[in-house]
Design a protein around this ligand. Structure first.
Ligand code: MN
Length: 415
């Protein structure tokens, strides 16, 4: 696959994150239009799908773009997804009639949540991350729980606090207990962290009681976003046993604004690493279901330049999102259109490849030095954390748009 050319000039560059090969889906608002609407990114522009559908340029049999979310389009199923992408390629390709009236500059819009998150589940599917965190919390002998190589471990998170990139994040309050303290205390989180993850957006459903195969699970995935699973490490350490994270994760999750479709990522499919123990058959991948996507984390103190603090790749994960989804439904749990699956923190084997500050600073003991000369163990008020992701093709790239969030001071607890 090489760069596909468009009549939108800014899309025909090796550097744009949004060439015709990508066509990611989002929801945007402009000053002129009070109604937020669905659109597709092309170069530095957005093609207005609400207008295109309203005027008959796009017809999926039923109107799905007169709403400010992608759930209705996802609900049409994979055949419609393919038809929509084919029609967009036809409309936006070089040689097609230029349609400048349907374009809005990305610089002039506010990006909103691209879909209504129905439920959110987060996994723990990166082996380097699990080894690092397990070593810090339980020692190297007990780092990897006995189930880890057999099932993708997850927990049910909160859909209510999944927010789009650019949304400020208020530092959470919570209960913590210092190792040498006799009783716990309550107050602002002191060890606020990120987790560099991908999010898989589920565009299909299975009925309660009806599990799916890994292949069916892959077919149910509509696309991917970048996902920051904000984490309060001090709250987590006190609360997590025996049922896993709760308030340490429930206060916020950020996602990037553009849904990069599975079709756009098709050239970048890659297999999970070789199995250290054979999986039971219901979790075996029938083909490559991870993707070769370069990921990076940057950190910017208030008013200062950003420093890259980690670089890794999504292919480092031990389980794919399809395996996670198949595991999720294996008990008969119903999964629905609009569900969001966090892949788990993506960390590589090298120190510079760690996808959380907990790992980068080894529990807060080895501060990272930013390009500004400042050091950090965990996130301070005013700091902005940005995730970025790029799949690199032959003369083109597939970008996700950034996933950014700035930390605001904790709010006083109501008396
Ligand atoms: Mn996580």
């Amino acid at each position: 696959m090489t760069l596909l050319k468009s009549w939108v000039a800014s899309a025909n560059s090796a550097e744009t994150p949004f060439p015709l090969n990508n066509l990611p889906y989002g929801v945007f608002a402009t000053d002129a239009e009070t109604m937020p609407r669905c659109g597709v990114a092309i170069g530095d522009m957005i093609f207005d799908l609400c207008k295109a559908e309203g005027e008959g340029l796009i017809d999926l049999g039923v109107a799905v773009f007169d709403v400010p979310y992608w759930n209705d389009a996802m609900d049409l199923g994979p055949e419609a997804w393919v038809a929509l992408r084919a029609r967009l390629v036809e409309l936006l390709s070089e040689g097609a009639e230029a349609l400048p009236d349907y374009l809005v500059a990305q610089a002039d819009v506010t990006m909103l949540m691209p879909f209504k998150v129905v439920e959110f589940t987060d996994f723990y599917a990166g082996k380097h991350h699990a080894m690092n965190v397990g070593t810090m919390f339980r020692g190297p002998e007990n780092a990897l729980p006995p189930n880890w190589l057999h099932i993708p471990i997850g927990y049910n998170g909160r859909a209510s606090t999944v927010v789009v990139s650019g949304t400020d994040i208020v530092r959470p309050n919570g209960q913590t207990k210092a190792p040498d303290a006799e009783v716990p205390s309550f107050g602002p989180c002191k060890r606020l962290d990120i987790e560099l993850e991908m999010g898989a957006i589920i565009g299909g459903a299975n009925a309660m009681g009806e599990p799916v195969t890994v292949q069916q699970a892959d077919d149910m995935i509509f696309g991917y976003v970048l996902l920051n699973d904000w984490s309060a490490r001090d709250i987590q350490a006190w609360e997590y046993q025996p049922l896993g994270p709760f308030q340490a994760k429930a206060f916020a999750t950020s996602i990037s604004p553009w849904i990069v479709t599975k079709e756009a990522l098709e050239p970048f499919r890659i297999s999970t690493p070789s199995r250290e123990k054979p999986l039971l058959s219901h979790l075996v991948e029938p083909g490559p279901m991870l993707y070769d996507i370069d990921l990076a984390v940057t950190m910017a103190p208030k008013g200062k330049a950003a420093s890259t603090i980690a670089r890794t790749n999504y292919s480092q994960m031990y389980y794919s999102a399809a395996q996670q989804l198949a595991h999720h439904a294996s008990s008969g749990c119903a999964m629905n259109v609009g569900d969001l699956i966090g892949t788990g923190t993506v960390s590589g084997s090298e120190k510079s490849e760690r996808g959380s500050l907990l790992e980068l600073t080894w529990g807060g003991n080895e501060p990272v030095t930013l390009d500004t000369g400042e050091t950090r163990t965990f996130i301070e008020d005013g700091d902005t954390m940005i995730l970025e992701g790029t799949a690199k093709g032959d003369g083109y790239q597939i970008g996700f748009g950034s996933c950014a969030g700035t930390i605001c001071p904790a709010k006083p607890f109501p008396k």
